[in-house]
Design a binder for this molecule. Structure first.
Ligand code: FES
Length: 106
């Protein structure tokens, strides 16, 4: 049975500063949690859609995360691929804060 839309605790609130990314593994899947310059939290698939490297190792600049391998970029608010060679969008996930924990809906 597949559970759709399960909220999962991903990390502590203070684990992320603005414009930082953190890898989160759950159920055999990898996500990246990102804190925006405004202090909001977002979650997208954790692997680049070009060659599957870990996006959490990339650089966050404004609302963009840049892949560390070939420097393709994604809008982490939506998962949209923004610069080649990344051309396939990533899935984005809802994120919310409860107490001192960031949850994502996967
Ligand atoms: S692996 Fe990410 S742009 Fe190539």
């Amino acid at each position: 049975m597949t559970i759709v839309g399960e909220w999962v605790a991903a990390c502590a609130l203070d684990a992320l500063q603005p414009e930082e990314a953190l890898r989160f593994d759950h159920g055999g899947r990898t996500f990246v949690i990102i804190r925006s310059p405004e202090g909001d939290y977002f979650a997208i698939d954790g692997h680049c859609s070009h060659e599957k490297v870990h996006l959490a190792d990339g650089i966050v600049d404004g609302h963009i995360i840049e892949c560390p391998k070939h420097f393709g970029t994604f809008d982490y608010q939506t998962g949209e691929a923004r610069a080649l060679p990344a051309c396939v969008d990533l899935r984005s996930y809802e994120a919310r804060v409860e107490g001192n924990i960031i949850f994502i809906k996967i």
